[in-house]
Design a protein around this ligand. Structure first.
Ligand code: FE2
Ligand code: FE2
Length: 382
């Protein structure tokens, strides 16, 4: 226990004060005297004390009034009360008022020094506890401020990242737009086919509860399904008559070329699988790998239905657009041979109005962003 402690001895009898002083100084404490509660109170307010030893009955201000005036201070400055013999009610009241201990007169001086020692020890514990709580509160405040600062910094970084991502997304979209325009300007069956199949495929995929990542792959895969035709020479791509077997071999390579182009781009890797397999058939009779059933990626199985639907319901230079009902019947007929029957079932649940609205939406969107179209060459669906 750190010392020496400063003790205030309050008694109207100088003799008692003297005895207390001597005993407490011998214990190594510093002692200040006061002859009544009023003087003691003044001294407490102008100095710093570790403990008060006080008589109860005194002129001017008694010990109880002194304690009442001290109020909460008795928590930090413990009070030891000295009462007259037999006055046990007084002692009980003193404890009730916050006194640490009481000693009955006439007292043995060792009773006082022992009580003072204990009161000081208890005070020390109390002070350490208060100190600990304060440092804890301080730490909590510091940590909170630190967290707020870090949060603000994170918010700023998040905003910056959001901006960068937006730029990146916009530049991706611009690159994809350029790719689609490149395909459509050379071939891609009819105008807006790529964008229409993208919207239809997403519509169908959403009904099949695919993951958000798969949905993005299906969207890009559908949009770019024939990107590989960029690698097919015009002499084959735009040939008016029938293709020879050798030319067919070249034409079929557009799936592989497209896959090679897109699989190198990280965010199009998933889409590249749809591009590779968009001409596979459920019964294994498709290309380029001739895989069957669920071996064919889900996105490609969804897409092949959509690609056929759009080809049938779109006007070509050499044919009129077929009615939606005819296209539905043809797709239903091919369930289990060309198409995954489960996906066909779901496709057939899409109402005509939704398909018509999707087509109109694409047409109005693309019409606003495109230069006047060049005359369309007659082409086949590969
Ligand atoms: Fe194709
Ligand atoms: Fe197509």
């Amino acid at each position: 226990m750190p010392g020496p402690h400063h003790i205030l001895c309050v008694d109207d009898e100088p003799m008692i004060r003297e005895i207390l002083r001597e005993a407490l100084e011998q214990e190594g404490h510093r002692v200040t005297e006061a002859e009544n509660g009023k003087v003691a109170l003044d001294k407490v307010h102008s100095g710093s004390f570790d403990l008060i030893v006080t008589d109860v009955k005194m002129p001017v201000m008694d010990g109880f009034t002194l304690m009442k005036n001290l109020g909460d201070l008795t928590e930090q400055i413990p009070v030891v009360v000295i009462t007259s013999f037999g006055d046990i009610d007084v002692a009980v009241d003193a404890i009730r008022l916050g006194a640490y201990d009481y000693i009955v007169k006439p007292f043995n001086i060792s009773q006082v020094t022992i009580s003072v020692k204990r009161a000081l020890e208890r005070r020390q514990l109390l002070l350490e506890n208060i100190q600990y709580k304060k440092s804890l509160e301080h730490k909590v405040v510091e940590k909170t401020i630190d967290l707020i600062r870090k949060n603000k910094k994170l918010e700023q970084q998040a905003k910056l990242l959001e901006g960068l991502l937006r730029d990146l997304r916009e530049s991706y979209e611009a690159s994809l737009d350029a790719m689609v325009s490149a395909i459509e300007s050379r071939d891609c069956e009819t105008k807006h086919h790529c964008r229409r199949v993208q919207v239809y495929a997403v519509m169908l995929a959403q009904r099949l509860d695919v993951s958000p990542e798969q949905l993005v792959d299906i969207s890009y895969g559908s949009l770019l399904h024939d990107v590989g035709k960029i690698g097919v020479p015009d002499s084959i791509l735009l040939k008016p008559g029938k293709l020879t077997d050798a030319e067919w071999q070249v034409m079929r390579r557009h799936t592989i070329i497209g896959h090679q182009m897109l699989s190198k781009i990280k965010f199009l890797r998933g889409a590249s699988d749809i591009v590779l397999h968009h001409h596979e058939r459920w019964d294994g009779g498709g290309y380029p790998h001739g895989i069957a059933g669920e071996e064919i990626p889900l996105g490609a199985r969804i897409f092949s239905i959509i690609d056929t639907y759009d080809a049938m319901t779109s006007k070509r230079p050499y044919k009129e657009a077929l009615p939606i009902a005819t296209a539905r019947a043809e797709i239903e007929r091919c369930a289990g041979t060309q198409f995954d029957p489960r996906i066909v079932k779901e496709f057939l649940r899409i109402v005509d109005e939704d398909l018509i609205e999707a087509r109109a939406h694409v047409e109005s969107e693309t019409a606003m962003s495109e230069p006047p179209a060049a005359p369309t060459e007659p082409v086949r669906t590969f």
